[in-house]
Write a protein that binds this ligand. Structure first.
Ligand code: PGA
Ligand code: ZN
Length: 421
């Protein structure tokens, strides 16, 4: 075993959107190869690390990744040679020093993250330990036991994730009653399947959106999915609010306009921040909703604390575009009492160490943590599941179908088997 880095190299591969993304290989002196592919978002937050694309209209409609690839091969890779892949924090510090711009806009967050994660995977493989154990060890995460994350499964999607569905981006089924990873996955997926039958019986399309959830074009309103999902929960034999419950990710930045208002086209409504909060309070009073993510826009800082005050004692109020897995923005959100939970996406910040720092800060402050897939260009990589396991995160948010999603739930169940759960 020699965990010194010999080389880091990247290539362009296809992501699930059809557009390219990066696959990066970190090779160690002992011959171990850690391979990762990194995703990117469709409704990416304004404050996220940059996914660097070429902008050359002659290739992949401008979204080629040759620049990011070259940044790994010519700039980042040579700087990694000789570093010990076990010393992830030093390695990530070096990565950040190569591009200290706040949004990693010089080298690209995609280029930097791919090297960071591939090094971790290579080290774990060389050491012969599961990735989740390696991550826990490296960061000295002081959890006494592994408590596996529960599934939060996207079941209906709209917004930018589908054509002509709801304005709100995601409706999810979260597992409340923990029956172990396999049964948890089964519960959420059975609700998804039952929802499919209900949609069909109503003459709605069961075609799926970018995350593999239903995207019914004829849906009447932003509220109707809540009715249908509660029905699906009951029909599938699970009690809404006890066994399973509804989570929502409106991704409100996407329907927040320059006029400072929220435009719900499907409902023919234009709402102020205060009215938007009342809209949620009303829904939470009538449906088994346990979590709202990005209920308000990413820069609507004055309204977020009001939303958290109104509902934070009853349900999860979670930042995604608001916090972008960024410690500084998370601190701001904590100071202002804007949230009680954070969505974690490694590619929003750019390195494994920064991701862990955000999780750690959130957990120290008593916030719930939810590790998430991306809606746009996903890949069959399952790193996020090991990450969520390593840090005892509360949930993983992933879509219910399509290979790049199910591979993540399959990894979760594999880990459960490994741990004898
Ligand atoms: P994404 O959206 O398309 O930006 O990944 C997913 C989300 O908002 O959680
Ligand atoms: Zn989101």
């Amino acid at each position: 075993m020699n965990t010194k880095i010999k080389a880091a190299s990247a290539r362009e591969v296809l992501s699930t959107s059809g557009y390219p993304t990066l696959e990066t290989i970190v090779t160690l002196e002992d011959g171990t190869r850690g391979i990762v592919s990194v995703p990117y978002g469709t409704s990416a937050g304004k404050h996220e690390a940059l996914t660097l694309v070429d902008g050359d209209p002659k290739r992949y409609k401008g979204k080629g990744m040759l620049k990011a690839r070259d940044n790994v091969n010519s700039v980042i890779g040579p700087e990694m040679v000789g570093l010990d892949a076990r010393d992830q924090e030093a390695l990530d510090e070096r990565l950040v020093s190569l591009d200290p711009s706040p949004q990693r806009s010089t080298l690209g967050g995609n280029a930097i993250l791919s090297v960071s994660l591939a090094a971790a995977r290579a080290a774990a493989q060389s050491l012969g330990v599961p990735l989740y154990s390696h991550i826990r060890e490296v960061y000295g995460l002081r959890h006494t036991d592994f408590s596996l994350p529960k599934p939060m499964v996207v079941v209906i999607e709209g917004g930018r994730h589908a054509d002509n569905s709801t304005d709100l981006q995601e409706y999810l089924v979260g597992v409340i009653k923990d029956r172990g990873a396999r049964e948890n996955v089964r519960a959420a997926i059975e609700v998804y399947l039952t929802l499919g039958s209900i949609l069909k019986s109503k003459g709605y399309s069961t075609n799926v959106g970018t995350e593999g959830a239903y995207a019914p074009t004829a849906i009447a309103s932003n509220e109707e999915p809540l009715v249908l999902i509660e029905q699906a929960m009951k029909d599938a034999g699970y009690q809404p609010g006890k066994d399973v419950a509804i989570a929502m990710d409106p991704a409100a930045s996407e329907f927040y306009a320059d006029d400072g208002k929220y435009h719900l086209r499907r409902d023919g409504k234009v709402l102020s921040s205060g009215e938007m909060i009342s809209f949620y309070e009303n829904l939470v009073g009538r449906y088994a909703i346990f979590s709202i993510e990005d209920g308000l826009s990413e820069d609507d800082w004055d309204a977020w604390p009001k939303l958290n005050e109104a509902l934070g004692n009853k349900i999860i109020i979670m930042g995604d575009d608001l916090t972008v897995t960024n410690v500084e923005r998370l601190k701001m959100a904590i100071d202002r009492k804007a949230i009680n939970a954070i969505l974690i996406k490694p590619n929003q910040c750019g390195t494994l160490s920064e991701t862990i720092a955000a999780i750690r800060l959130a957990q120290e402050d008593g916030l719930k943590t939810v590790v998430s897939h991306r809606g746009g260009g996903e890949t069959t990589d399952t790193f996020i599941i090991d990450l969520a396991t390593a840090a005892n995160c509360d949930f993983v948010k992933v879509g219910p179908t399509r290979g790049e999603r199910v591979v993540k739930y399959n990894r979760l169940m594999e880990i459960a088997d490994e741990l004898g759960r």
